[in-house]
Design a protein around this ligand. Structure first.
Ligand code: PMP
Ligand code: GLN
Length: 386
């Protein structure tokens, strides 16, 4: 028989996000599955993209990204975190954070290297680690607090470990790693001479505590690639403008892989992202304040429906334990939910190597209009036994 898909990709044929959005559309349900806002970001940013198209900025941008955008990203890192990056050599613009993650895995890992990451993990981590021929080793974050156990982290590191792929604020748990937890990661990296790749796409969506980039810890700037995205911070997830910052040799590796993935793209959106990054602090404050209110609205609604809910410190996701409404399996629960109450959510067991660790956990997104969240909450009350 003809061999079609490469074996290492076979576990990754569908993404749960797409599957759940298709289910939401098919059943006409409220989609609290895939994480995308149901309203657009700032109008002046949208206008900047339109103006860029009208001004004829429609051909390939430079492979590393528009110089003005790289400058704006470097400025963002300085303004928020005091990190200094040379926009020419230490910043690369990518097609969303997704491409930055893939390019980091492909550019930094050799076949056989090991990558330590947290589980539950964002699904592209497992796929891109596999594409690079590397192996993942996971450290499990467990309910109710989803804390990072430093001993488990140390135990996951071995002679083949090349890097730690970290995500904070963390999707799907909503955890924001504390200074102490980040310190444990830094210690492991320094002790074993590991690189770090950090996915900080939710850096501005923090409600309790504060976001600390791993690169700001002593000794980490020279070994860390920091990844983020315009999509989450400015509510234009479909534009796919992301970036990676770090020391020149690591960014050269990411850029080299990236140039053979997409080469470059999204020219008008890169112009608009440059405008977005220069918005005043009040924009960022209002974004977080608005989402904090919606977090509270959804969490209250979930609790009123009888679902045990873990209040997230960051991101726009809230995790519940569907066992509290009698479910034995989150996947079955989520596939039945549209029929039962007209709401879509994401089962978390698919983000674990050991599905039992998250068997009954279910993620709900709250980046939706308050009236939609209120309607979802009203519908979810139908889960309560009558
Ligand atoms: N990392 C995490 C943790 C995410 O949740 C997402 C989803 N948006 C991404 C990366 C991908 O970001 P982008 O849409 O910019 O590719
Ligand atoms: N990051 C978004 C989420 O976690 C979705 C992105 C995607 O569909 N790949 O829901």
């Amino acid at each position: 028989m003809r061999r079609a898909m490469a074996a290492h990709l076979q576990p990754f044929t569908t993404t749960i996000f797409n599957e759940m959005s298709v289910l939401a559309a098919r059943t006409g349900s409220i989609n609290l599955g895939q994480g995308f806002p149901d309203t657009d970001g700032p109008p002046e940013v949208a206008e900047a993209a339109i103006a860029a198209i009208r001004a004829g900025h429609n051909q390939y941008p430079p492979g590393a990204g528009l110089p003005a955008l790289r400058q704006a990203i470097a400025e963002h890192q300085r303004r928020w975190y005091g990190l200094d990056h040379d926009p020419d050599t230490e910043v690369v613009v990518t097609m969303g954070a997704t491409e930055a993650i893939a390019a980091a895995m492909l550019g930094l890992c050799e076949p056989g290297d090991e990558v330590v990451t947290l589980e539950p993990y964002y699904d592209s981590y497992a796929a891109t680690i596999a594409m690079a021929g590397a192996q993942r080793r996971v450290v499990t974050l467990r309910a109710p607090d989803f804390a990072l156990d430093p001993d488990a982290l140390a135990a996951a590191v071995g002679p083949k470990t090349r890097l730690v792929l970290l995500n904070s604020p963390h999707n799907p748990t909503g955890r924001v790693l504390s200074a102490g937890e980040l310190d444990a990661v830094a210690r492991v990296c320094l002790e074993h001479d590991l690189l770090a790749v950090t996915d900080e796409v939710y850096e501005h969506l923090v409600y309790d505590g504060r976001h600390i980039p791993l690169a700001t810890l002593p000794g980490m700037a020279e070994r860390t690639v920091t990844i983020s995205s315009h999509g989450k911070t400015f509510s234009f997830t479909g534009w796919k403008v992301g970036w990676a910052c770090g020391p020149a040799d690591l960014i050269a590796a990411v850029r080299t892989a990236k140039q053979y993935l997409s080469y470059s793209g999204a020219t008008p959106f890169q112009h608009a992202a440059t405008v977005a990054l220069a918005l005043p602090a009040s924009y960022y404050d209002e974004l977080a304040a608005g989402l904090a209110q919606r977090r509270d609205l959804l969490c209250q609604g979930l609790r009123d429906a009888g679902l045990d809910t873990f209040t997230p410190q960051g991101t726009y996701f809230a995790v519940t334990d569907a066992a509290s409404v009698g479910a034995a399996d989150g996947v079955e629960f989520c596939f039945a939910l549209p029929e039962r109450v007209g709401v879509v959510a994401v089962p978390m067991s698919v983000f674990y190597d050991d599905p039992d660790a998250g068997r009954t956990l279910v993620r709900f997104a709250f980046c939706k209009r308050p009236e939609i969240l209120a309607e979802a909450a009203a519908r979810l009350k139908g889960l309560r036994p009558t």
